[in-house]
Each structure stands twice: as structure tokens, then as C-alpha cells.
Design a protein around this ligand. Sequence first.
Ligand SMILES: [Mn+2]
Length: 346
Amino acid sequence: MESQIEQLKSLVDNANKILITSHISPDPDAVASVLLAGTTLQANFPNKKIKMVLEEKPSKNISFLDNYSVLEFKSLPQAVQELHPDLLIMVDAMNFERCSRSDAGSIRTIVNQLSSKIVAIDHHEELDVEEGALYFNKKNPATAQELYELLFFDLKLNKPTGYAQTTLLGIISDTARHKYDNHRHRETFKIVSELIDAGASIEQLENKTERYSAGQLRAISAVTANIKDSGKGYTYSFIDKDSPDHSMSQESKVSALKAAAEIFTSQFARNFENNNWGFIIYPELASGPNVYSVSFRSVTGGIDVAALAHKLGGGGHKQAAGAKIQANSVQEALQKVQDAIQQSKN
Ligand SMILES: [Mn+2]
């Protein structure tokens, strides 16, 4: 019986055309993971045709990363149709629905017709792993770490230019600079030391990624104004459609809402009054007028928020998870979340 690593090695060896992708609403770990996997394969197998495609652009500007310009942002079914990949690698995701908002089903149809091989490399809670995929998940704190271990420790591939900064960005952003308990801390800190030795800098990275506009700070003030203690052990806040204000363009509104939600989830969801978990609801403007996002956080060992998010059609980690909700108002979305919490107690 071939080991998983041997299977991965032969899938890569036998593929001439490889497509690498990640999840919709890509965060820095998703983008860094696509870049790390793609540039490493490109550097080690210069005769293979390798494409790095994401269906959506990241909300954070991380275009300073080395090789960022090789990333293509386009419809994933279209990219699969154009390339006819022998091998499709999903990173930071485990099924096509996570990778495509436009049409996951048609990706599945094309991939089946082509008999393309599928690999999924992820660190989220296991949920609907794509059928037939060779699946890797050690529950690392970031997919960039999972990839670093696979590519350089297990497959012993050569490192491409820019790998140190790219990997470090994935790890630093998904761990919120090592804020949370991490059962793979020995591997994480060993790798982070290697990356810093290779010239990457946490301070420089964070100075580039942690930037706020006036619009984002106005959205944050709406979030802190709306913060509530439910009286049932959890904290919540919300932003309605008209926040932060009417004058902003759609694009800056989307980024302001995301930034405000992120501040709430990282700083306040677990830390308000005596509560150790909570959530925020905000309009998901990019998905349509009646779509809201809910984002949950809890302290390790407390509430399993992945299960709550799953009830609402989403997913994630036990301590950090989210879902998208159809609702006509933020109040209706809030009611749906509170109903799901109530049901999970019964
Ligand atoms: Mn991730």
C-alpha cells in the first residue's frame, strides 16, 4: 500500500497540467497557500503547465507578495474548461462548493469527464471532502504550514523565491500572530524560525497588512456601538446595510465591513464582560442585497461554533466559524442565528 505522500508524489509526477485553487472570499492564508503550492511546483517541474486561479480577489491587499502577479482571478469552471487539468489541487478548502460561488457542479462534471485527479490540502474541520480527493489535514493552524511540511519536509522539493514571506503571512494571519492554543506548536515555531532565518519579518508583514482607512474605523465604531451581552453566555454585535455610511463606494463598504467584523471577532467576541464566545452579523454586499454573514468565535475548550455554523449552512473550525444567511434585514438574520443557538441547546 502506497503512503499518502507517495500517492501525492506520483499524482504530481504524472500530471502535465496542474490547476491550483482555494476558497471564495480568500483570506491571506488561502492566497499564500495557492502561491506557495504553485510557485514550488513551478520551480521544481519547469516543464509542467501550472495555473494558480482564485475565483475571487482577497479583501486584504497582499499584492506585495512575491509572484503575486502570476495569480489569476476568474471563474473556476471557466479555468478548468480552458486548462483541462490532469490534476486539480485545492488548498485551504476541501470541496468545489468552497472554491466556486458561480458553479461548483459544473467543475465536478468537467473534472469527471476529464478523469482529472483531485487533491485537497486543508486545516479546517472535516466537512464534505470532495469525493475521490487525496486529502491531507493534520489540523495545522494554517494551510501554509500544512503545505510547508508536505512540500519541503515530506516531498523534499526545492524552495521557490519568496517562499519565506509567503508562508509566514499564511501562518501569522491564520494564527493571529500565535494568539490561540495550537496542538502543533512545535512544528509551527520550528517553521516560523526557519522563515525568519530566511529573511521574512513578522513586523514588516504586519505593518503592510494591518492598515485601516477612515471608513473602516467608522464601521468599527458602529460595531462597538451595537455590541450586546445576550444574557445567555454569549456576546453579539451587528452592522446594518446602511453602515458605515451612504457616501462610500460598494467596494470600500465591503472592505470596511470585513475589517470591522475582523476586529470584533479577534478582539471582542470572546472578551466582552464575562462571556467567552460570540458572533457578529454583517451584510455580505458582494453576494447580493439580502445576504448576511455571521462569524462566530469561542475560546478553546468552550462552545463548538463549527457545529453552530454548520446548522446555518456554513462551516469552519471549532473555535472560529461562519455562515452566510439569506434574510431581508439584519434583525431577521440575527433571529435565525439566535434560533440556531437555541435549537442546539435542546
Ligand atoms: Mn486557512
